[in-house]
Design a protein around this ligand. Sequence first.
Ligand code: 13P
Ligand code: SF4
Length: 350
Amino acid sequence: MTQTTASSTLKAHPVTVPAHPVWPEMSPEEKSATKNRIKALLKERNAVLVAHYYTDGDLQELAEETGGCVSDSLEMARFGTQQSADTLVVCGVRFMGETAKILNPEKHILMPDLNATCSLDEGCPADEFTAFCDQHPDHTVVVYANTSAKVKARADWVVTSGIALPIIQHLAECGEKIIWAPDKHLGRYVQKQTGAEMLFWNGSCVVHEEFKSVALERIKRLHPEAAVLVHPESPEEVIDQADVVGSTTTLINAVKEMDNKTFIVATDGGIFHKMKQLAPGKKLIEAPTAGEGATCESCAHCPWMGMNALQNLEQVLLTGNNEIQIDPAIREQAVKSIQKMLDFSSNMKK
Ligand code: 13P
Ligand code: SF4
């Protein structure tokens, strides 16, 4: 099968990476008082929290203690659709809030900070992406969930890391040629696994791109007993060294279920909170972001995920500000490609 690639010819869109936010320290008493006020506000507003595994541990705990959810982006999307609450407060990044609004137009979707975007989303402007798709009208357009509502509206399918492989496998079996955007590393991984014919957008995650393969080889030699867990947004040479490659949920389950006592983890450090909770006896080592060619802009902590904190969560619940709005015409298109993913996932479960 011919495998073509476009990412070598397409220029990557420049992305400005903000500094990681620094939040004022709270004393244990202040923290507990703030959490209690947030709990009361959630009740008052008939709101639930939907948080990602990369957000601050206090937010994750609060979500779980109040009947919300902490999960990967696929489950975050599904969870919102199963709630009767009037308001969903999405602690994560902008595309997660937008997906929630697209799937639940009747609900209020609030986010602690609307500037919490994602380098993949930023690196795939809708007008340029549409022009790219228009040049290849015989291709099925598959986009990662980490994209804007407009990009989703141009797509035939939306996928997350948790379901990308089976969906691309299915499309390849149907003989479809695929445009894949925006993450070239995840795209290449999926292509390698499935043999699908794919054209790639030239995007990447600034956090996962920093993992270094040579330094990882060294750490592996120091810990030969460790299992290596890698999120597929990482570079190919890092993925090639993995024992487990998958979504944040897959990596968390691996720590819980595998017999290994030590794990080297190549994904955002926020995931360690849940891993430690579920497997307290296990040793977790951050995969290296230093080493040859290191820039360490993020040091394995997504600056946009870091924009979520107890302080601004309380503020949005008090004010009702930071509500996600989506143009109804865009929503009408985007919901189709997201719903296809959710339906595919439900059929797989059956
Ligand atoms: P998951 O869907 O695996 O949680 O990934 C979302 C993400 O943004 C990873 O960087
Ligand atoms: Fe986007 Fe990377 Fe942050 Fe995930 S970790 S939200 S892909 S920038």
